[in-house]
Design a protein around this ligand. Structure first.
Ligand SMILES: Nc1ncnc2c1ncn2[C@@H]1O[C@H](COP(=O)(O)OP(=O)(O)O)[C@@H](O)[C@H]1O
Ligand SMILES: O=P(O)(O)OC[C@H]1O[C@](O)(COP(=O)(O)O)[C@@H](O)[C@@H]1O
Length: 309
């Protein structure tokens, strides 16, 4: 099975507005609410792929209970550390005129140190039963930037392959624990390393820097520009598939989910990368991370992956 760890889950509320204008009264065309946060989105895609998945992390209050029930209704197992603080709500505004998406993300309520033992225990317990464990998203106040380092060490000691999808100091510190894979997007890569990336070679060079630090797979997603995959032996480049954008929320998470799935099934690399781009593109096209497996498999045929090395 694949366990996902979301330290900062969210109720994702998506609002559609035609011609969104800040500073004026905007009328809502449609609203959609889903359980969200990066690891939870990964579990949603894994469920679509037919994988057995469990979602853990911190949850609290009415919104925490709502997320827990929403996941259970979708057939996703849960085992959260229950905290006394309300889980956050994030707002996504989709302008249906321009297709521009505005994310308004709450930083999440502070998590007190007393809850850490519960988290470590759950990660250890589920790592024992999982082939892959995914750690994804921001961390709420109260937790150290090295939290992922510690959690990855716990999971790796239980023989789990780990994926880390976060940014900034948490990504840099998490790398000390040598996660099996990381997936920054290009902006996260630039801001985490405090560098300016000018071309594909720059991306590959930075990825190789991570590989030297003991990471096996580095995937850099570049929105409408596609993605790059780097391992010790291979460099692959995927073009994006042009689609009408419904929502880009969760595109990166779909990519991570497909990689976790491929790693669990020991799929060939190129197939896994294609599946990842297909799942991400479908999320963009449909505006949700919930798909049927045959949709992703069919869409995979449209994905073009070039082997650069
Ligand atoms: N506008 C788009 N058109 C087509 N594909 C897209 C678009 N945006 C994202 N994708 C696909 O989704 C993948 C992940 O998107 P990206 O925005 O880079 O990740 P994140 O959600 O982590 O920021 C991309 O590599 C690409 O394959
Ligand atoms: O678009 P991505 O990077 O795949 O992730 C989308 C998810 O990330 C969030 O924007 C939260 O991000 P953070 O955990 O980094 O705050 C959620 O609201 C949403 O479900």
């Amino acid at each position: 099975m694949i366990t996902t760890v979301t330290l900062n889950p969210a109720v994702d509320k998506t609002i559609e507005i035609h011609g969104f204008k800040p500073g004026t009264v905007n009328r809502i065309l449609g609203t959609r609410i889903e359980a969200g946060g990066k690891g939870i989105n990964v579990s949603k895609v894994l469920k679509s792929l037919g994988a057995s998945t469990l979602s853990t992390g911190f949850a609290g209050g009415e919104s925490g209970r709502w997320i827990n029930q929403w996941l259970k209704d979708k057939g996703i197992e849960t085992d959260f550390v229950w905290v006394d603080q309300e889980t956050r709500t994030n707002i996504k505004i989709i302008d249906t005129e321009t297709s521009i998406i505005t994310d308004i993300n709450d930083k999440g309520k502070r998590i007190e140190k007393i809850y850490l033992k519960g988290l470590y225990d759950l990660v250890e317990k589920w790592a024992e039963k999982s082939k892959v464990m995914v750690f994804a998203g921001s961390i709420p106040d109260g937790l150290s930037n090295s939290i992922y380092t510690h959690l990855i060490e716990i999971a790796s000691n239980k023989g789990c392959k780990t994926i880390l999808d976060t940014e900034g100091e948490q990504l840099l510190q998490g790398i000390y624990a040598k996660p099996y894979m990381i997936k920054p997007n290009i902006d996260e890569l630039e801001s985490s390393l405090k560098v300016k990336i000018n071309n594909e070679n720059d991306i590959i060079n930075h990825c190789e820097g991570f590989i030297e630090k003991g990471i096996q797979f580095v995937v850099v997603s570049m929105g409408a520009e596609g993605a790059v995959f780097v391992s010790k032996k291979n460099v692959l480049r995927a073009e994006s598939v042009p689609v009408e954008v419904k929502s880009t929320v969760g595109a990166g998470d779909s990519m991570v989910a497909a990689f976790a799935y491929g790693m669990m099934k020991d799929y060939p690399l190129e197939e896994t990368f294609k599946l990842a781009v297909a799942a991400a593109t479908l999320s963009v096209k449909k505006g949700t991370t919930l798909h049927a497996i045959h949709e992703i498999e069919n869409f995979k045929e449209k994905v073009n992956v070039k082997k650069l090395r």
